[in-house]
Design a binder for this molecule. Structure first.
Ligand SMILES: *Cc1c(COP(=O)(O)O)cnc(C)c1O
Length: 376
């Protein structure tokens, strides 16, 4: 059952699965035939709903899903999906038995994890090895990687299924860095293959690598943001209009309309109303929903009937908006937080700009308790 907006808290997001289809097709058009797609659904599928998004990606033909949270992997299994799931890190060695029990392929990025897999597996267990080619997060440094591969391969009950690295970038300078590191990764994998380590899957490109035209000799890609319509690239490196936002809208309703403030004495809670000449409205979209006030020097807004309603304040459960420009606002009127209203629209990029952060950060913040309606 898709979630429905509730009159008790009428704030919800609309997720456009037809846009996911289009982005997946665009992805495929950029890949050499036969390239494996390991679709990233980390962070509750970038806040868009792990089960619905995973089901759609499997239907579209994704070869595997990858997540960073065991709870997300479990949700995929509990939804009855039997697809290959790769865990992109995030676990202690003691967590390995739980992963194997759900047929989740662990990433091995240190010897402790390799030993834990070897001890817990009853037969050869597939693992992916992760190398750190310069990002400085999870992974074995490239300079230590040959010894690591040999040591892991020597353990019983380990099948070296994949090897990968992560080289995200945003601008042209970083792109040169990513290309250089991708070349070194490819050289390393070629060298290990000559030594007899087959590595059926090798992967180095995520969304930035695919959209930004990184050349590699790998047979797999692991895109996330690109599938959801969110390009990590600065405009000089890629045209963002080639992919479509999967988050279609975030909407709510006015739960209260207050007339122009009658008491203009400044105090903690009259701060917002004090600044405006007309009515103010309350929207049930607070910090607990992932809403954040704009940073100093920037001003956010919502749309009521296509008219801009500046955000005056955000508290734990509510936002207060300035309805001065809205004729005859009423309780129950629709409020657009993201998406189209009349001739205007608010994009994920706008919200990110107001809060001085990235679109994916906004998505993850919204991911918490907001009901999601999946369309398409
Ligand atoms: C998040 C992630 C990806 C996908 O990155 P996008 O920029 O969303 O495409 C790929 N690989 C790893 C290891 C990741 O953590």
């Amino acid at each position: 059952m898709p979630a429905q907006p509730s009159p008790t808290r009428p704030t919800f997001m609309e997720v456009d699965l037809a846009a996911l289809d289009a982005n997946y097709r665009y992805l495929k058009s950029r890949l050499a035939p036969g390239t494996r797609v390991i679709a990233s659904v980390k962070g509750n599928a970038y806040g868009l709903g792990i089960v619905e998004v995973s089901r759609r990606l499997v239907a579209l033909g994704a070869d595997a899903l990858t997540t960073g949270a065991f709870t997300d992997a479990l949700a995929i299994r509990q939804a009855g999906l039997d697809c290959e799931i790769v865990m992109f890190g995030g676990t202690l060695p003691d967590g390995i038995p739980a992963l194997l029990a759900e047929r989740v392929i662990p990433t091995v990025h240190n010897m402790e994890l390799a030993r834990a897999v070897s001890a817990a597996a009853v037969g050869p267990a597939k693992v992916y090895l992760k190398l750190d080619c310069g990002l400085g997060r999870l992974g074995v440094p490239l300079k230590d990687a040959a010894g690591f591969v040999r040591a892991v391969a020597a353990l019983p009950n380990i099948a070296l299924e994949g090897i990968y690295t992560h080289l995200p970038f945003g601008n042209a300078e970083e792109r040169d860095w990513a290309q250089d590191r991708t070349d070194r990764f490819d050289d390393f994998v070629d060298g290990m293959r000559r030594e007899g380590f087959a590595f059926p899957v090798a992967q180095a490109r995520s969304s930035a690598g695919v959209l930004g035209g990184i050349r590699d000799r790998c047979n797999a890609v692991a895109p996330g943001g690109l599938l959801y319509g969110k390009s990590p690239l600065s405009p000089e490196l890629g045209d963002p209009s080639l992919i479509r936002p999967v988050l279609k809208s975030v909407r709510s309703r006015l739960i209260h309309v207050a007339p122009a403030a009658h008491d203009r004495t400044p105090g903690l809670h009259s701060r917002h109303a004090f600044r405006v000449s007309g009515a103010t409205g309350v929207v049930p979209f607070g910090r607990a929903d992932g809403n954040r006030a704009a940073v100093a020097g920037r001003a956010g807004h919502m749309l009521v009937g296509g008219i801009v309603a500046p955000v005056l304040g955000v508290s734990s459960e509510h936002a207060v908006i300035d309805l001065s420009a809205v004729p005859d606002p009423r309780v129950g009127d629709e409020v657009v937080i993201l998406g189209r209203s009349g001739d205007r629209a608010i994009t994920l990029g706008d919200l990110a700009e107001w809060q001085a952060t990235s679109g994916s950060d906004i998505l993850l913040m919204l991911s918490g308790r907001m009901p999601r309606i999946h369309l398409g």
